[in-house]
Write a protein that binds this ligand. Structure first.
Ligand code: AHR
Length: 516
């Protein structure tokens, strides 16, 4: 229960408390919560993950240094090949001998796509990274036939036209792609082949039926509205789900946050909006389930989420000079420390909603609004790399509902925002991890963790990401400006653990536990 309001220039140490019990289970965290996204856009594929002329690449042209960084991040599933790109994409262009693959205009990003990296390359690359594939099909310019054919090509064992073509192209075994997106952001006017909710719902339903007839083991994500603040939001979900509810498994959500007015307290509260967005989409899904008297419950795929705004003006200039270019430096947001804090809070929000959010993709992964940047010489981590890496590594197991009592603050958009944002995960191997963000600009928080339900509790590590300058960034020349440090700074009293959470910080409290 939130308590007292404090003004932000009050320099005392604030107090907050958090109660956890193993019986406060939200859900098993689906490992696909720690997904990401690679789109044919800018330098995400070319010069990002695929660079055959670079000395750091293997014989397939895959950047080995980038693969190493992604592995360290622990990315469980990667959405591909778009995004907006997919709505004009012919998947058949991306298979077969490279020299025969056509160059096409990509209308989504006003660039030229060479198709030198395609379906086989992505599946091979994903194996090396240790990630599952989440493949988006084109429901902008294409339809049921192309949809069922790619499932046959990718997943059928053999003895049919498309599966034999896959074998001829070098992949004897099926790729066995289990998760498919039925198009991308189909209510957006910027989308090639934008549709009404009814048109999309009908098409998604028919594509879903045919795809599942080819391979009944696959799962499908229907496009929710492309943003919470789209005029079509809500009505779109109700209408399109009315058409396809029984044949799809998840509804997609996309959300990017900005801080153009440089209002950091308000920016750090944006995960409150994310939480409301998730709860609203859950309600919309359940409304249609109720209307249909269905036993089926749809879950959510938050398959694009991040901060995105730093590069907007630069992108306009690049495209003014070089429309239809290749490997342009598009959407190269340089992330600062406050972005990492919001990304931390967004991860906390996903965990707290993990009973319904089963898949989430940080958009994107390399160079394009990404935690990892590359140059010819090497690669480095942006600030947002760290909270994702920590959550992905230590946030696997059962998400627990923390009862939080925190001081509150209000911003231009949000009232009564807790200064302490937190979630917790009980791991399978006698571990308990608390993730916490202190949103206060000036005040450390003395956090009382009431963990009496756990025995032999020991704080193994307190990882802290903090920088005195919220605008601090990592660059190729100074890659370690914003990096986590490890503390061991708790005190224990009557079964309660007290930890100091510094002002403006992302924290990971890793405990070893024995259950009572
Ligand atoms: O991730 C960048 C773009 O954002 C994606 O292509 C699109 O789906 C969204 O609008």
């Amino acid at each position: 229960m939130p308590s007292k309001k404090f003004s932000s220039n009050d320099k005392q140490i604030f107090k907050a408390s958090l109660i956890l019990d193993k019986d406060f289970a939200i859900a098993r965290v689906d490992e696909r919560l720690y997904g990401s996204f690679i789109e044919h856009l800018g330098r995400s594929v070319y010069e990002g993950i695929y660079d055959p002329v670079n000395h750091k690449s293997d014989s397939s042209g895959f950047r080995l240094d980038v693969i190493e960084m992604i592995k360290k991040m622990g990315v469980s599933i990667i959405r591909y090949p778009g995004g907006n790109f997919v709505s004009g994409f012919k998947w058949e262009d991306s298979i077969g001998p490279r020299e025969q693959r056509p160059k096409r205009l990509d209308l989504a990003w006003a660039t030229t796509e060479s198709n030198q990296f395609g379906l086989h390359d992505f599946c091979d690359w994903s194996k090396k990274v240790g990630s599952q594939v989440m493949y988006a099909i084109n429901l902008g310019t294409r339809g049921v036939d192309a949809a069922r054919n790619i499932v046959e090509y990718a997943n059928h064992f053999g003895g049919s036209y498309w599966s034999d073509l896959r074998k001829q192209n070098g992949a004897e075994k099926p790729f066995d792609i289990k998760l498919w997106c039925l198009g991308n952001e189909m209510d957006g006017p910027w989308q090639i082949g934008q549709k009404t909710a009814y048109e999309y719902g009908r098409l998604a339903n028919e594509a879903a039926k045919a795809m599942k007839w080819v391979d009944p083991s696959i799962e499908l994500v229907a496009c929710g509205s492309s943003a919470y603040d789209m005029p079509s939001f809500g009505a779109w979900e109700l209408e399109m789900l009315d058409q396809c509810y029984e044949n799809v498994d998840y509804v997609s959500l996309h959300r990017y946050y900005t801080n153009p007015a440089n209002d950091t307290p308000n920016f750090l509260a944006k995960s409150v909006d994310m939480d409301a967005f998730i709860k609203t989409v859950v309600a919309l899904c359940d409304a249609i389930g109720g209307k249909k008297h269905s036993k089926k419950k749809l879950n959510l795929s938050f398959d694009e989420w991040n901060v995105w705004y730093h590069s907007r003006e630069q992108d306009e200039q690049i495209l003014k000079k070089n429309r239809w270019g290749q490997s342009l430096h598009l959407l190269e947001d340089i992330y600062n420390f406050e972005d990492a804090l919001l990304v931390g809070s967004m991860l906390i929000t996903l965990l707290r909603n993990s009973d319904r959010v089963k898949i989430a993709c940080l958009a994107q992964l390399v160079n394009v609004i990404a935690p990892i940047m590359t140059s010819e010489r090497g690669c480095w981590s942006q600030t947002i790399y760290w909270p994702f890496m920590h959550a992905s590594r230590y946030g696997r197991g059962t998400a627990l509902h923390p009862i939080i009592n925190s001081p509150l603050y209000s911003t231009s958009e949000f009232d009564d925002v807790p200064l302490l944002d937190a979630s917790a995960v009980l791991g399978d191997e006698d571990t308990l991890t608390i993730f916490a963000v202190n949103r206060s600009f000036e005040n450390d928080i003395l956090l009382k963790c009431d963990l009496r339900a756990f025995q032999n509790l020991e704080l193994e590590e307190h990882i802290v990401l903090h920088h005195d300058n919220v605008k601090a960034i990592n660059t190729e020349d100074a890659p370690n400006t914003v990096v986590p440090v490890i503390r061991k700074d708790c005190r224990s009293e009557n079964g309660n653990i007290f930890v100091q959470i510094p002002a403006l910080s992302w924290n990971v409290l890793k405990f070893s536990v024995k259950m009572k």
